[in-house]
Design a protein around this ligand. Structure first.
Ligand code: 5CA
Ligand code: ZN
Length: 407
């Protein structure tokens, strides 16, 4: 399906640095390599509008792409849309809306939100629905290899067939069982070989959408969707598999296990990178809890999307953090200062600021440090008589290219 329009990324003088990111599997910071970069980030389940938690997650991976590009790397970025799954169907059934029109509307709203926030689009934006043929082909191979089995007409993946199972999350079995039950799994389902075995294919149930496929009538499970969409476009061993920390288990563990069994190779991704959860009133912001601050509502209230972007970037991507009422006014004030500084005819040399921003972002996306460097330059600019006529333009380009904030 179509993603959303891209925006220009100014070319900066010199070259950016290699990016280090925290890998969940190794529980350590690691270099993200060199040469052409490949990234898969899990997309939305389009049953409700984009909230600030989603936005924060996609902004983090937007910076990954920006830092890679600044270091001269080309980036192949793939994102999915879970446009058929239980939460979407449940919401549609609840409101009486057709599930496809609900998905279509929310996907369009997401595109508009991402565009407003200046998030660079993926090169491949793929819905589960359009990927059904490639998903069924992969499930067929897992069945042939004995890594998948039927429970009545449903098909499950056998975690016992995946030697690497558990290496992504590092969780113990009790934690896995708890999270599997909480996050869409069915540990209590009878007839499975292991309670942790995930659903690959759900046979048709009355009233549910289905596809006629070589596997029979039904629809795909969740983890195999991301596994196959990523594998068929990026291959094995791609640089970053991304998403929020709520995807560490079971989603990313199972996606990796599927791909590793399908190919006989490992790893699926070289780094599994996870963002912290944005909370409101002490709880994770989530569609199911309903405690949402929606990007589209802020846009409708004429809040500058660049202030929303800055407000979300002013915390570390891996930290769980609260959205509070004070964050937006602080970001708006900062934006005003930065805009006043880049509007000057001349200002102090901006090259040291560019290098600090590069250095801070390359260090596991220290956005707080990068923003502090711009603050320092802007304060000096507003306080001085100006020395360098090139500095305001370079500062503007730095903030645009690396932080994605248009001044
Ligand atoms: N479609 C699946 C992934 S394949 C899914 O998790 N969709 S989602 O709409 O529920 O979430 C989309 C992305 O936003 C995921 O990476 C998820 O981890 C992230 N996310 C959800 N809630 C929050 C939150 N409160 N804070 C930060 N990120 C969040
Ligand atoms: Zn996913």
């Amino acid at each position: 399906m179509d993603a959303w329009p891209t925006c220009d990324v100014p070319q900066l003088p010199g070259s950016g640095r290699p990016l280090r990111l925290f890998d969940t599997a190794q529980q350590a910071l690691m270099e993200t390599g060199s040469g052409p970069a490949r990234m898969y980030v899990c997309g939305i389940t389009p049953y409700d509008a984009t909230h600030l938690g989603h936005a924060a997650t996609y902004l983090a991976f937007d910076l990954v792409q920006r830092v890679w590009r600044d270091a001269g790397r080309t980036v192949h970025y793939v994102q999915n849309v879970t446009d058929v799954d239980d939460p979407l169907l449940e919401r549609a059934a609840h409101t009486g809306e057709n599930w496809m029109s609900l998905a279509e509307r929310e996907i369009q709203l997401f595109r508009d939100d991402m565009t407003a926030l200046r998030v660079l689009p993926p090169d491949d934006y793929i819905g589960a629905v359009e990927a059904v043929p490639e998903i069924t082909e992969a499930i067929g191979r897992l069945l042939d290899d004995g890594a998948a089995y039927h429970v009545h007409d449903d098909i499950y993946f056998s975690v016992a067939s995946a030697p690497g199972f558990g290496r992504e999350s590092n969780y113990d079995r009790d934690t896995m069982l708890r999270l599997f039950a909480e996050r869409g799994g069915d540990p209590g389902q009878t007839g499975k070989k292991d309670p942790l075995d995930p659903l690959l294919w759900r046979a048709h149930r009355h009233g549910e959408p289905f596809w006629d496929t070589p596997l029979g009538r039904g629809r795909p499970g969740w983890h195999i969707e991301c596994s196959v969409i990523a594998l068929n476009r990026l291959g094995m061993g791609f640089d970053v598999q991304g998403g929020g920390s709520d995807l560490i288990f079971p989603h990313h563990e199972h996606s990796a296990a599927h791909a590793e069994v399908l190919t006989g190779q490992a790893p699926f991704a070289r780094a599994y990178v996870h963002t912290g959860m944005i909370g409101l009133d002490g709880e994770k912001m989530s569609k199911s809890r309903g405690n949402l601050v929606l990007v589209s509502k802020l846009r409708a209230a004429r809040i500058d999307p660049m202030a929303v972007r800055l407000a979300l970037l002013d915390g570390h991507y891996r930290a769980d953090r609260e959205w509070t009422g004070g964050r937006l006014p602080a970001a708006e004030a900062r934006l005003d200062r930065w805009r006043a500084a880049v509007a000057l005819d001349s200002a102090p040399d901006a090259r040291p600021m560019l290098e600090t921003v590069r250095e801070r972002l390359a260090d596991d996306l220290d956005t707080h440090g990068a923003i502090a460097a711009v603050d320092e330059w802007a304060e000096a600019a507003l306080a001085s008589d100006g020395l360098d006529p090139e500095a305001p333009t370079l500062a503007r380009s730095t903030v645009d290219a690396l932080l994605g904030v248009a001044l």
